[in-house]
Design a protein around this ligand. Sequence first.
Ligand code: PEP
Length: 255
Amino acid sequence: MNKNLRKAVIAGNWKMNKTATQAAQLIDELIPAVKDAGCEVVICTPFTSLVTALEKTKGTNIHVGAENVHFEASGAYTGEISADMLVDLGVEYVITGHSERRQYFAETDETVNKRTLAALNAGLKVIVCVGENLTQREQGVTEELVRMQTKIALQGVTAEQMANLIIAYEPVWAIGTGRTATADQAQEVCAAIRKVLAELYGQAVADATTIQYGGSMNAKNCEELVSKPDVDGGLIGGAALKAGDFATIVAAASK
Ligand code: PEP
């Protein structure tokens, strides 16, 4: 397995944290801290901080993403944001299918697929999240579940569009809990996801696709996780809010 076939991506998911003013302060700290990164660096901020993030990061190596996108192009969807609205601002990335969206906002594999397609068709790069909860892990269905989530999320996505798609394997029991999957557990599931991609699109596309791990990745455990052959970086929640910790993770993924 040759990791040089794809790029490592460290993406921060800021969740519902930071006002635009606070975001500006954090980005001021991040810019010098990650300027020598040897991997792709992305910050996914709340919608209200996107304009600030785009202005602040202009001319830097930090890419900006949103945390969600609606699947319709426009219309009577109060409170929602379309892919074209994000593209028009200059946003490059978006997360779909985060487990918090699935858990608290009733998102399903089908709506994750619709959001993913809308984003890709508008020209956004998409980080699609999949992952099992604790019960499912204990029931021994992790691989089947993640295979199913991946296959449904990718329905209608073309092989060409896969160049703009990242999968983030995020075991729900490890998100925001301080409980991380072991590097071997992360590797096992990321490899299983790559196998599904090979079945769907062929080995070349599977080898070229970035597959991240996410779930309490931090400055201490990042090195071992990102050293695994099928773990191409990470989606980072809590540790993305501290410039020093985020920079340490970026440095680990740059090796
Ligand atoms: C996430 O929000 O995607 C995440 C992985 O969060 P945390 O790193 O805080 O577990």
